[in-house]
Design a protein around this ligand. Structure first.
Ligand SMILES: C[S@@+](CC[C@H](N)C(=O)[O-])C[C@H]1O[C@@H](n2cnc3c(N)ncnc32)[C@H](O)[C@@H]1O
Length: 346
């Protein structure tokens, strides 16, 4: 049987919408499955109202607010651009969050496991926007949150967010490739700790660097977790080049991942070079540079962990527990979805 074809009609003004609805009511026009309200300006105004009032549609689940946040947060990051500030006025971390910074798993998922049930400190290295800690602290306000990043702007961005006042937190300016940063993390931690690095971030590191992170991360935190993609061949890695969202289009900006010319992805090293860019009619700005970004995959990371004599476990999302990488992979979704490798000292 053929797939039923979905039909969409569009209306770009109230008048046209009324006319279309009238035609549908009288049977003149068949009822479509969808009506696309494509009034650019009105859509933008609608988006900004919702975003200023604490909801965002950055995730696939549509309008979301940070779970359990009691605050009305302002997600209207296009405002400075509309006010005439040009591309330079865009907060790169806000743009990054809107197109790439969404997450499916949170602190809650991991501290519910047997292995991490005694954790009381959450560490977010290369924190950037520190979404992991920020979302987590609304659910576990009594934990301690320790974040670090090289970038002073990241610290300013994260500290400007509204945090629950009773939560103990510290944002350190530090380099993950210097052991004293991890020592400062240990000093700021209380009780058992887990450090979490999203895959956007640890892919910045080369092999020797990631060894250092594994070594120091497990020496100064009790566990180090790395988010990893499902297995893929580099040439088959689906790339989404254009990431432009409707509110960006509405103000005349496009946002994309842009390959560095003459530097094709390398299937032997899994290294890629690209930028997250924003562009308008006049200008182009590199928001983040991903040069020498390596798509680390589970077998390599497991091997590196074992060279360092670390326990290597993965998060089994059905069993909602961390298991040794040697067991139960056939019943897990690690072939098809992101998973999380957990490194700990034996
Ligand atoms: C793209 S953001 C990642 C945000 C978020 N944690 C995520 O995974 O989605 C990457 C961050 O890593 C930081 N960074 C890169 N190299 C670093 C290093 N050696 N030490 C500390 N931070 C680093 C950058 O400054 C940037 O804020």
């Amino acid at each position: 049987m053929d797939d039923p074809q979905e039909t969409t009609r569009s209306a770009n003004s109230w008048k046209k919408l009324e006319r279309l609805l009238g035609e549908i009511e009288t049977g003149e026009t068949p009822k479509p499955d969808w009506i696309d309200l494509s009034g650019k300006k009105r859509r933008l105004a609608y988006w900004r109202t919702i975003a200023r009032n604490g909801f965002h549609d950055f995730a696939e689940d549509q309008w979301m607010k940070c779970f359990d946040s009691p605050f009305v947060e302002n997600y209207d990051y296009v405002a400075p651009y509309i006010d005439g500030g040009g591309l330079d006025s865009l907060d790169p971390y806000m743009v990054y969050s809107s197109v790439l910074g969404t997450w499916e798993y949170s602190v809650e998922d991991f501290v519910h496991t047997d292995l991490l049930s005694d954790v009381t400190t959450i560490v977010e290295p290369l924190a950037g926007t520190a979404e992991f800690c920020y979302a987590g602290h609304f659910q576990y306000p009594d934990f301690r949150y320790v974040m670090f990043d090289l970038d002073e702007d990241a610290k300013a961005h994260v500290e400007a967010k509204r945090w629950l006042p009773q939560t103990k937190r510290e944002f350190i300016i530090g380099d993950a490739l210097v052991e004293s940063t991890w020592e400062a993390v240990r000093a700021a931690s209380v009780g058992k700790s887990v450090a979490y690095i999203g895959k956007q971030s640890h892919n910045f590191f080369g092999a020797k660097e990631i060894m250092k992170v594994l070594e120091w991360g497990t020496r100064h935190c009790d566990h180090l977790m790395l988010e990893i993609s499902e297995p893929y061949l580099l040439d088959e890695e689906p790339t989404i080049d254009d990431l432009t969202r409707p509110e960006q289009r509405g103000v005349g900006i496009s946002v994309a991942l842009d390959d560095v010319e003459d530097k094709p992805a390398n299937p032997l090293t899994n290294s890629m070079d690209f930028y997250l860019i924003a562009e308008d009619k006049e200008d182009r700005r590199n928001l983040f540079s991903y040069c020498g970004w390596i798509g680390w995959q589970a077998p390599t990371l497991t091997a590196l962990g074992r060279i360092l004599d670390l326990e290597v476990r993965y998060y089994h999302s059905e069993k909602t527990e961390f298991l040794s990488v040697d067991v139960d992979t056939d019943t897990s979704d690690c072939r098809d979805n992101n998973t999380f490798l957990l490194f700990s000292r034996a």
